[in-house]
Design a protein around this ligand. Structure first.
Ligand code: PMP
Length: 326
């Protein structure tokens, strides 16, 4: 018999899938690391379990404890699944710009959800950073995950996602392209791949309204770069410890409109029903097409599933209201 001991045993070993029509104008072979095959439908399952296991080993998370995290949804989902299997309580603190689907999904897997305003500074007492921190101080036997600065996040991708991509491409990968939020994915995969072959180029996809690109290019944390944006899952107004700028060759910014339009195009032209950051990642890759030669193998990682965006990027009324389609 072949079976997993529990749902956590199905995390990882996601497929690589060739992108065909959308990348016709690109000379290289473009392959998607298709992370929605994880049980929580996103790449974040990998780091959620790793962060919990490392916290257990360090004695930070004890039996019957409460896990508290500020999350845009996917990390919360991974943490919630692991909390169920391992017997912890889960509290997710979210900002109000996140889709209702994401909140409902977290509640469906037994998580308590607390919603905070988006348009306040990170150090405002009502921000979701401050709220999660305060809750963890007030709740007995609790552990605050802090996916931004918790380096087990990067480690998960260094130990699983990176080696999988190297093996699946038979060591032929030349470029890795991925959206950047906490930085865990790009830093873990990027470090592993560059250790195997330092010539591999690693590109981060960023949003307008986020600090990463400017900081990478100038070393300046420019507050003028920070303003509200629509794209979900990527870009930040802080510099998380998980972003290892040393393994990143460059950032490309994608507009909210393009990210939304390409999220729809992936579904309609490739049959890839994916989240908003996948649209940003594929559009960013197309903006980088001059970087790729004929025999290159470009891997783009798609983080999460389209079901979480049916009220937004897959809703034409919403798309028209935003001015993204006619
Ligand atoms: N896409 C989505 C949908 C996400 O939820 C996240 C995590 N915030 C990312 C991309 C970025 O991944 P990372 O946090 O590893 O940089």
């Amino acid at each position: 018999m072949e079976y997993a001991e529990n749902i956590l045993g199905t995390i990882g070993n996601t497929p690589l899938v060739k992108i065909n029509k959308l990348t016709e104008e690109v000379d290289a072979l473009v392959l998607a690391k298709y992370e929605t095959f994880n049980p929580g439908n996103s790449a974040k399952d990998r780091m959620a379990v790793k962060m919990i296991e490392d916290a257990e080993a360090a004695g930070l998370l004890k039996p019957g404890g409460t896990i508290i995290e500020g999350t845009s949804g996917n990390t919360g989902m991974g943490l919630a699944l692991a909390a169920i299997v391992k017997g912890y309580k889960m509290v997710c603190v979210m900002s109000d710009k996140q889709s209702k689907e994401k909140m409902d999904i977290l509640k469906a897997v037994g998580s308590e959800v607390i919603v905070c305003p988006t348009d306040v500074a990170p150090d405002d007492p009502n921000s979701y950073y401050s709220t999660s921190k305060r809750l963890s101080e007030e709740t007995p036997n609790s552990w605050y995950v802090n996916q931004y600065d918790n380096l087990s996040n990067t480690k998960a991708h260094y130990e699983s996602t990176g080696p999988e991509i190297w093996k699946q491409t038979d060591g032929r990968i030349t470029h890795f392209v991925v959206g950047v939020g906490t930085g865990g994915t790009i830093s873990g995969v990027g470090k592993y791949l560059k250790e195997q072959n330092p010539d591999i180029k690693v590109w981060g996809i960023d949003t307008y309204g986020s600090v990463f690109k400017k900081y990478h290019e100038t070393g300046i944390f420019d507050e003028k770069e920070i303003y509200p944006y629509v794209t979900e899952g990527i870009g930040e107004d802080i510099l998380p410890k998980n972003v290892n700028f040393d393994v990143i060759d460059g950032f490309m910014k994608v507009t909210d409109k393009d990210a939304a339009v390409y999220t729809q195009r992936l579904a309609k032209e490739e049959g890839m029903f994916l989240g908003n950051s996948a649209g940003a990642a594929i559009k960013g890759l197309l903006q980088l097409k001059e970087q790729f030669k004929k025999d290159d193998v470009v891997v783009v990682l798609f983080h999460d599933h389209g079901s979480r965006y049916v009220g937004k990027m897959f809703n034409d009324e919403w798309m028209r209201k935003m001015g993204y389609i006619e």
